[in-house]
Design a protein around this ligand. Sequence first.
Ligand SMILES: *Cc1c(COP(=O)(O)O)cnc(C)c1O
Length: 356
Amino acid sequence: MKKYNFNPGPSVLPEITLKKTAEAILDLNGSGLSILEISHRSKDFEAILKESKDLLRELLDIPSGYSILFLQGGASLQFAMIPYCFLNKKAAYLDSGSWASKAIKEAKMVGDVQVVGSSKEQNYTFIPKNYTIPADADYFHITTNNTIYGTELKTDLSSPVPLLADASSDILSRPMDVSKYALIYGGAQKNLGPAGVAFAIVKDSMLEKIVKPVPTMLNYKIHVENDSLYNTPPCVAIYSCLQTLKWLKDLGGLKAIHKINLEKAGLLYSEIERNKLFMSPITVAEDRSIMNVVFVFKPEYKELEEKFLEVAKAKGLVGIKGHRSVGGFRASIYNAMPLDGVKALVQAMKEFESQV
Ligand SMILES: *Cc1c(COP(=O)(O)O)cnc(C)c1O
């Protein structure tokens, strides 16, 4: 049976990414060696790293004056790297979800943190707005897509201080104005590649703000100076990212994928609105994520939750159980989720409704 993988991360990847990675694990480009075995300082890997960076730069239209890094430690390690490197006086954070609050927790260990807005009291059902970014902050940190709660900041904010964004779960889902950010970072395992590699797009002028002693591996400047090769990078994971980037380019780039993403999300949200059983917990419609679509049963149908999960599973719809802090369901419909997968889910929702 065809399975559709709605898992939040690690998550669905393009089939070509899986196929090319499998091939390279056995034999990289006819070299007789596996991508698992080659030196990260070999010509072959240098070419893979360079092509990955070039393609990411092309797809996101990253201006000059920015460096691209592939790192380990996930987005979570960068929660700590950011304040170690850039928090000198005070940092501003927007608390829009669990990942944002984890980033805040790390920053508080390093220095003074001002949370400028939070939707925590309302269980993160919207993105906080109408806040003031303090002009004397070293930086302002946001999460562009709140993977667990299903809210997304879909525009590129203007900030009077350097804007830093955790874009783990919506990177490459839409065109972005990179020039508005001083750092865009995240784990690759939502929308780019497998677990084990994280990305960072850092404005070079930010590196001058690193004035405190910082442990070597936490220092963005060291990684930039060494072109992501200070120590052994996750070669296979980077290779897989490259295959996804090629797939995205062949598909027509970010404008093309954004259009498809809007269509997929539109289809699913329309069904949630139409179907008498379901509702969206996100109170502000414009904040609804196009990557992680969270929905719940209306209170009167709540007891059907397990049943719907069983029905979905039987139809090959995998990974739609909601996060424990929200309940209900979450369909992660990242770039690599085909439109047919969303149609299959919508069909299952319709059928389920007709049987209640
Ligand atoms: C998954 C996720 C993280 C954590 O990523 P790791 O790579 O596991 O550290 C952080 N932020 C967001 C928005 C995420 O979706």
